[in-house]
Ligand binder design. Structure first.
Ligand code: AHR
Length: 324
């Protein structure tokens, strides 16, 4: 488990002004202790994740929040240990992006008993007791999966015959894998010709995507479409498809999620066909929520990030200014 060696910018601050996309600094207040935020990050599995971590680090610095960032290498037990440490350290606020959805109740109850508010970011937890966290900041993964499916329905509207789809899923048990799968399935139900013939966990990594795709290509003589749950998996799939002598984006259509710079570049080159945005730049909004929680202001129970989707032309248009 990586622990960031720095406690970021211990500038005195009690109130935060950052809102939405801005990264404005918090006002300094003489004599007022800065907020201590413990953040448990999933890992370093994807370009999205690295951009998310950087966004949180920068926003903490700008807001004068002391950030104790711990990176869990994709292991729930590492996150559990990190959060217990935050509780022992009596941080002011805990935030975390859970590796998987289930198995958090006991730990969150410990934080609640210690009087430490918890903000869930990026990935939702599966709990019936919503008093265990104060808010959830992140994307609507079901909508992302639905957008992927809707594009496919539209793309094959005039096509007759079975469309064979393989799905490279994100980490088993994680919210984005569960919700993107179900949103996608719901959307493609509109056309019974669209058939998912295989799906497997690619763990949100490029290597995972390549391995899973290589296996699919061996097992299935005809594949028309790949739905990869993130760009990294899709980029790995491109390598496997090319190694198999086929043309990604032409012989097989590929849809991914994230819209990272590498993903949009592949889309602009015609090696991906459609990319759904999942915005990792959550740092400023997180710091605003942290400030409000700390000062007892009311906050919404759910903050959904605004997102779009890209075809080839849209990718070319945004690429010069893409931040991640
Ligand atoms: O939870 C967000 C997902 O996790 C992103 O789509 C993926 O790239 C990341 O690893």
């Amino acid at each position: 488990m990586r622990r960031t060696p720095i406690i970021l910018a211990a500038v005195a601050a009690g109130l935060l002004t950052a809102c939405g996309g801005g990264e404005s600094a918090a006002p300094e207040k003489a004599g007022q202790a800065s907020i201590r935020l413990g953040f448990s990050q999933v890992g370093e599995e994807s370009a999205w994740r690295l951009a998310n971590t950087t966004s949180i680090e920068h926003a903490a610095t700008n807001a004068g929040v002391q950030l104790d960032l711990r990176v869990a290498d994709g292991k729930q037990e590492n996150q559990t240990a990190a959060i217990r440490q935050f509780i022992n350290d009596k941080v002011d606020v805990i935030a975390f992006s859970p590796v998987v959805e289930s198995g958090w109740d006991e730990l969150l109850q410990e934080a609640k008993d210690a009087g430490i508010p918890v903000i869930v970011t990026d990935r939702m937890v599966d709990t019936t007791d919503t008093s265990l966290f104060v808010t959830m900041l992140g994307s609507d993964f079901t909508a992302e999966g639905r957008k992927a499916g809707e594009w496919l329905v539209e793309h094959y509207r005039d096509y007759n015959g079975t469309v064979r789809i393989v799905e490279i899923e994100g980490t088993t048990g994680s919210a984005p894998a569960n919700q993107r799968r179900s949103g996608f399935a719901e959307a493609i139900e509109a056309d019974p010709d669209l058939q998912v013939i295989a799906s497997r966990d690619g763990n949100f990594t490029r290597e995972g995507g390549e391995q899973v795709m290589a296996g699919f290509l061996k097992e299935h003589p005809k594949i028309d479409v790949v739905f990869a749950h993130n760009d990294d998996e899709g980029l790995g799939a491109i390598e496997a498809i090319e190694a198999d002598g086929k043309r990604p984006g032409v012989d097989l259509k590929i849809i991914t999620v994230d819209a990272s710079r590498d993903g949009l570049t592949a889309l602009a080159e015609g090696r991906l066909n459609y990319v759904i945005e999942c915005n990792p730049l959550l740092g400023p909004q997180l710091m605003e929520l942290v400030g409000k929680v700390r000062t007892g202001q009311s906050i919404p129970r759910r903050v959904v990030v605004d997102e779009t989707a890209f075809d080839r032309e849209a990718a070319k248009a945004v690429l010069p200014n893409r931040q991640y």
